[in-house]
Each structure stands twice: as C-alpha cells, then as structure tokens.
Design a protein around this ligand. Sequence first.
Ligand code: AMP
Length: 226
Amino acid sequence: MRIVLFGAPGSGKGTQAEMLAERFGLPKISLGDILRDEVRKGSDLGLKVKEIMERGDLVSDDLVEKVVEQNLNSDGFILDGYPRNQKQAETLDSILSRTNSAIDAFICLDVSPDIIINRLSKRRVCRACKVNYHLDSSPPKKDSLCDFCGAKLTQRSDDAPEVIRKRLKVFAEKSKGVFDFYKEKGIFFLVDGNKKIEEVLSEIKSRLEKSLGGLSGKIRGHKNES
Ligand code: AMP
C-alpha cells in the first residue's frame, strides 16, 4: 500500500503518517524530517537547503527528487511532505511506474487556518526522538523536556509567525495542481483534520478501507496490473 498524506503545515500529516505507518507496519518517509536531519548534520544537501527551509520556501524540485528516489521503497510506504506541487506529483508517478507501481490513495487533511496557526505556534519538538508536543493539548510532563528521552524541547525555526504565514501562502499557491492530479486519478480523499488525532486516524482508516476494499491484502507488495 502506497499512501500520500497531504495537508497544510500544521494539518497533522506528520502525526497521522507516524500512526498509520506503525499501524500498518509500513515505513514512514517524511521529506521534512530527512531534510532537517541533513541540515543538522551539515551535509552538502543540508547546507544547500538550510536557508530555504528557514524562510519557509520550497526546496527545488531537482534536489527533493533525488532525496525521494534514495528513500522510496516501492513495496509500500506512507509518504509525508511529498509531492507538494504538480511537477513533484508527476515525478513521483514516473519514479513508481519504473517498478510498475503507483500511489493507492492521496489523503488530504483539511484544517481551518485558525487551528493551524494555533498548532504551529504552540508546537514544540524533540530533535532526538522527533516527537511533537503542543503546549496546551499535549504538553510534556516536565516543562520543556521530552517525556521519552529528557532532551530539551525546541521550537522549529520555521514555526515563527512570519515564516508560518509564508509557508501557508506557498501551500495555497501550489496545492491546487496536486489536487487536480490525484482527483483525475480517482484516488483523492479529503478528510476533516480539525478533529482529535484518534478521530482523524479512524476516518482515514475507514476511507482507505472503503476505497481499497479491505486493507489487509494491500499492505505490502501490491502492484498495478498493467
Ligand atoms: P515539513 O516538515 O513537511 O513542514 O517541511 C519543512 C520544509 O522542508 C518545507 O517548508 C520545505 O522548505 C522543505 N520541504 C519538505 N518537503 C518538501 C518538498 N516536497 N518539496 C520542497 N521542499 C520541501
């Protein structure tokens, strides 16, 4: 089963991707996490993308295409953060078609702007475990420290208010092309992402169940018939 989770920054796609990946035993591939790791390591790629990410712009299609090719296992995955524009959707299609496979479902989390701003401005992250916290709805047990490893929680530099605005603008400009691409393929699912985490997860699962006709046989190794 190959699933794309799509949504504005703060829509909860990372959280849902993590839970779906665990539930179905599939790898979660998060472009944002991979790129942030490269920045932290100070690799060539990290140095190229650091500033772009800090100002809330998208990294060039060529650079992210290489990252996707290196990390994608066409047997099955939950993909978070790719594609983000129509060109990337076409690229993903062509990468997968080389192994005679394709995306099974494109899930878009629909969240109101007020909720997004609240989630992002109060988000805190553990760099070590990559666990996200929210200062009101899921705060750490000890102030500013990760519940799992005790590391100090930080705020993502791109969660600053002016960068949030920029990221939302970029999202609004680029998403229509991606929607149209997957609507045409008949695998576009809009899910209400304003609800609680467990409710959103259960809606995603029931949409997948209905559309893929039973998830169990689809989890690994499903190939197109062509
Ligand atoms: P995210 O963690 O998904 O919010 O991504 C954080 C940042 O990583 C984005 O604001 C972009 O700068 C960069 N990024 C992640 N995925 C992509 C992508 N598919 N295309 C271009 N840039 C990306």
